[in-house]
Design a protein around this ligand. Structure first.
Ligand code: SF4
Length: 291
């Protein structure tokens, strides 16, 4: 790991990454792709130690409050966060200045900040997104090795449900010939229904592979699924989009289950929800697109 002083923290769409790189070790990680031009090894995590100061300056300058997003490129609850507390400090600022937040994580460390999440949601909106790709605990330890497993993630979702915090499950990626099975999807869906999630987010049944993440993924296939790399190469060549042969059946299963239980699965509707600021104190809503 190495510390840096960042020049800015909020993107044009009000997203922020407090760290760069990730220690969770997911074998399919897209953030490893060379197109992101990370100038340090992925596991040598960059820590933007002045992120809270930069965020406070940015929030003070905003003419209108909005939703702040984090977690798109790296998990805001890395193990390092226990020591650095950058996510917690930024949540405290978001709470103090009455902004909203949406976070994407795979870690139960988010429960440490439940007090802030609840406070933000009382005044505005807090949405927690959690990635869940496999119901099989042993498989989860292989494909997402350094973070809590699915069982614990569902416990987190159920705690958030009890606390009234809306949740969205990213059911992606689903890896062809590994976790793209009806049994896996049915079990994840059952967990989502029980946790009363607001939405399930996925674009297709499959994964994306490009330079950087393809090599890492194939290396792990050779280690944990001997022979599967050759099957991928024969089936997909160098394709960016790697779709499951079961995609039609599984997409229908997900859509029908979501419809039956009132779970939103339209990605555009979910992104609009996550980007729309709510001022519960004033009773108004303000979308990202109004800014
Ligand atoms: S949590 Fe996300 S960023 Fe981190 S290794 Fe897994 S896929 Fe990559």
């Amino acid at each position: 790991m190495h510390e840096v002083y960042a020049k800015s923290i909020l993107s044009a769409k009000n997203g922020m990454n407090l760290y760069r790189g990730c220690s969770h070790g997911c074998i399919y990680c897209d953030s490893r792709s060379t197109c992101y031009q990370m100038n340090h090894p992925f596991s040598d995590i960059e820590i933007k130690i002045n992120a809270p100061e930069l965020l406070e300056q940015a929030l003070k300058k905003k003419r209108k409050r909005c939703m702040i997003g984090t977690g798109s490129m790296c998990d805001p609850y890395l193990h390092l966060e226990k020591e650095y507390e950058l996510t917690r400090k930024c949540l405290a600022l978001i709470d103090h200045y009455n902004f909203g937040v949406s976070l994407l994580t795979k870690s139960d460390l988010i429960l440490r900040d439940l007090d802030l999440l609840k406070s933000i949601h009382r005044k505005s909106k807090c949405v927690v997104q959690m990635t869940i790709t496999t119901y099989d605990e042993a498989l989860c330890k292989i494909i997402e090795p350094n973070v809590c497993t699915t069982k614990r993630r569902f416990e987190v979702l159920n705690i958030l449900k009890e606390e009234g915090i809306p949740t969205i499950v990213w059911m992606t990626p689903l890896l062809p010939f590994i976790n793209d099975t009806r049994e896996n999807i049915e079990n994840i869906l059952a967990g989502c229904v029980q946790a009363n999630v607001y939405g399930i987010l996925l674009f297709d049944i499959g994964l994306t592979l490009r330079d950087g993440n393809r090599e890492y993924f194939y290396k792990n296939l050779d280690t944990y699924f001997p022979g599967l790399k050759e099957k991928y190469i024969a089936s997909y060549g160098n394709a960016y989009e790697v779709a499951s042969p079961n995609r039609k059946e599984l997409l229908l299963l997900i859509q029908n289950t979501c419809k039956a239980h009132g779970i939103i699965c339209d990605p555009a509707a979910l992104f609009t929800y996550m980007n729309t600021y709510e001022d519960k104190q004033a009773g108004t809503q303000l979308s990202l697109f109004d800014l």
